[in-house]
Write a protein that binds this ligand. Structure first.
Ligand SMILES: Nc1ncnc2c1ncn2[C@@H]1O[C@H](COP(=O)(O)OP(=O)(O)OP(=O)(O)O)[C@@H](O)[C@H]1O
Length: 270
């Protein structure tokens, strides 16, 4: 490829953080963080409780500003761009969002209302195309048959899948998933991991960042890992380089053995 035809690397960056810190009082939630996510990458962010994972994801979701450093999202600098223009381009699921959805909301409306950035079907009239897209996304997550049910009647695993469908509704350029498998039983976890793996391997899917505590929850197809400890990066880069027993031990402050089983990972204390 010649110099003239080589694409500008920055065009492919969906997240770029440089020298980022987030401080609350004396607490450094994140410190000295440099991180970049490209369009075709699927990242997992691993760390112990309190390591700063959710804080990192909220920065990437334009829900939080850094105390120090710079955050560029989808080519725009946080602090200089209207976050309300930015947010529809970013899909975000978290337990906090699930808690804000009224239990009586129909599942189809939970998904379709994302396009209107509202929770609560009654506030808008949706067109047929949107409804069809919502059903297609519910189908892709294996819960199309639940479209007419109310959100409050779903199991934990079904809710997680409905929320992922919702986060894809606006056709985002980046998908952020905060502990999507938390609280699921073994079958539910395996089912979700398989769905996320399918999504990760779809070349048309958005860039993805998945936060988790457990290597067992890393879906095949994820390409990169960022390991966080006490707000700082222990290691960051390609999954095969970063995900080692040594790095995992440093991340969780104990002697851990990491093993690869086919396209999955397991870890235990030595
Ligand atoms: N507003 C705040 N003021 C002070 N400390 C805070 C504030 N918000 C978060 N923290 C602390 O910052 C640290 C990082 O929090 P964060 O939620 O990002 O961690 P996490 O890695 O997502 O944790 P978990 O895995 O338990 O969800 C925690 O120790 C938390 O108590």
């Amino acid at each position: 490829m010649t110099e003239l035809t080589r694409p500008n690397e920055l065009d492919d960056l969906v997240v770029r953080m440089s020298g980022v810190g987030v401080r609350r009082g004396q607490n450094h939630l994140l410190a000295d963080l440099d991180w970049a996510v490209e369009l075709d990458e699927r990242w997992v962010v691993l760390g112990a409780n309190g390591a700063g994972k959710t804080t990192l994801l909220r920065l990437a979701a334009a829900e939080l500003y850094p105390t120090t450093g710079e955050v560029d999202l989808l080519g725009d600098r946080l602090g200089k761009v209207n976050i309300f223009d930015l947010r529809p381009r970013i899909g975000f699921t978290s337990a906090a969002l699930a808690g804000r959805i009224p239990g009586e909301e129909l599942v189809r409306d939970v998904v379709v209302s994302a396009g209107y950035a509202v929770l609560g079907r009654w506030r808008e009239v949706y067109d047929t195309l949107d409804t069809e897209r919502a059903e297609e996304l519910l189908g892709a997550m294996g819960i199309k048959h639940l479209a007419e049910r109310t959100f409050g009647t779903l199991s934990e695993g079904e809710r997680k899948r409905a929320l992922i469908a919702r986060s894809l509704m606006t056709d985002p350029e980046m998908l952020l998933l905060d502990e999507p498998a938390a609280g699921l039983d073994l079958g539910g976890r395996e089912d979700l991991v398989a769905r996320l793996s399918e999504l990760a391997m779809d070349p048309d899917a958005p860039a993805m960042v998945l936060v988790t505590h457990h290597v067992e929850e890393i879906p095949p197809g994820f390409t990169h890992a960022l390991l966080l400890r006490e707000g700082r990066a222990v290691a960051s880069g390609l999954m095969d380089d970063v995900l080692t027993s040594e790095n995992l031990s440093a991340t969780f402050a104990q002697d851990l053995l990491l093993e690869r089983w086919g396209d999955r990972f397991v870890a235990r204390r030595r």
